[in-house]
Design a protein around this ligand. Structure first.
Ligand code: ATP
Ligand code: MG
Length: 329
């Protein structure tokens, strides 16, 4: 059976972008693959996090993973910091990387922008840790959004570099991008992707937003200058983004949506879009509420960390051995 690995940061509450670009696709994969899904808290701390908020976001993320339909009997769900092999291999992958290639990462550039002399070192070391996350499970496929493409390419480069320097210990993973929704944009700034750590709350819809908030955010969402509901990514990026969300949440094609709103303008379109999004999130939110305070959630995470450690420790040992670190015998 082929293996899947994917991680999400508890750096806020998940957005509709995280759902449509990543999490939604995890569910059908659980029947076909050996899936490892991770709450990457060590990535979240690459920028400062308030302890109480981080603790809550970890729990919320764990509950959301299950609420979208992942079955803990089928997948391994775990918290990155509970499997020490991640930090250990992360260091090794950092030592395998070059400063130049890390500085070229667009996420590093975006997230360090405006921080002057105080750019956290963790932001630079983020991609090698992500490489470690993936490589520890002999991963075949990594389902992620488009923003992670560059990090995935670096992961492949680092694994290939390591393999040729020592011996073929790493499997080279492949990215799996969704056909649509790989890059949902901010509702307020059409050039920025939707992000859960965005300080502008109006830019994203959180998976836990209530119906009123969702409706308000969609009503206030940026549109383009004319009033036609037409898909044109270059000329009408804001409306095209809203149409993509509509399509993915309703199952209707972009053409169907265009003809439904021909001559009707943005008002009717946005009203219906709000309803479609609310109905998409409603069952997830209901399951989430039932799960989030249960001890069952803790049991699942404890078992997940044990299971993940078994595989991860074997791969780590293999790596340390070829490097001359693990004692033989
Ligand atoms: P942060 O702002 O803290 O980086 P984020 O919203 O970018 O948060 P991540 O935890 O970094 O979320 O990414 C989790 C997953 O969601 C990844 O697979 C990523 O590619 C995907 N993803 C993130 N943003 C979007 C988006 N706007 N559209 C589609 N997929 C996305
Ligand atoms: Mg991100």
């Amino acid at each position: 059976m082929k293996t899947i690995f994917s991680g999400i940061q508890p750096s806020g509450i998940l957005t509709l972008g995280n759902y449509l670009g990543a999490m939604k696709h995890f569910v059908p994969l659980q029947d076909e693959f050996n899936c490892f899904y991770c709450i990457v808290d060590q990535h979240a701390i690459t920028v400062p996090q308030a302890p109480a908020v981080l603790r809550e976001n970890i729990r919320r993320l764990a509950a959301l993973y299950l609420a979208v339909g992942l079955d803990p009997e089928k997948v391994t769900l775990f918290i990155q910091s509970e499997v020490p092999a991640h930090a250990k291999l992360g260091w090794i992958m950092l030592c395998t990387s070059y400063l130049g290639e890390l500085e070229r990462m667009t996420q590093f550039k975006d997230k360090s922008d405006g921080r002057g002399e105080s750019i956290p070192g963790g932001l630079l070391a983020y991609p090698p840790l992500m490489a470690a996350d993936i490589l520890l499970y002999d991963t075949d496929f990594v389902p992620v959004g488009e923003d992670q493409k560059q990090h995935l390419e670096l992961t492949r480069d680092l694994a290939t570099r390591f393999n040729s320097r020592y011996s073929e210990v790493f499997k080279i993973p492949e990215i799996r991008l969704p056909e649509a929704g790989a890059r949902i944009m901010s509702l307020q700034e059409g050039t920025k992707k939707m992000s859960k750590s965005d300080s502008n709350q109006g830019g994203f819809i959180s998976m836990l937003d209530d119906p009123d908030t969702i409706t308000k955010k969609i009503k206030r969402a940026q549109t383009d200058s004319d009033s036609a509901v037409r898909y044109d990514k270059a000329e009408k990026p804001a409306v095209s983004n809203l149409m993509t969300i509509y399509s993915l949440c309703s199952g209707k094609t972009l053409e169907e949506i265009e003809s439904m709103y021909e001559g009707k303008g943005y008002g009717a379109f946005k009203g219906d879009l709000a309803e479609v999004v609310v109905e998409t999130l409603r069952p997830i939110q209901e399951r989430y509420t039932q799960l989030v305070q249960t001890s069952e959630l803790d049991d699942i995470l404890t078992k997940g960390a044990e299971k993940a450690s078994e595989t991860a420790n074997k791969v780590l040992h293999r790596v340390e051995k070829v490097m001359g670190m693990a004692r033989l015998g």
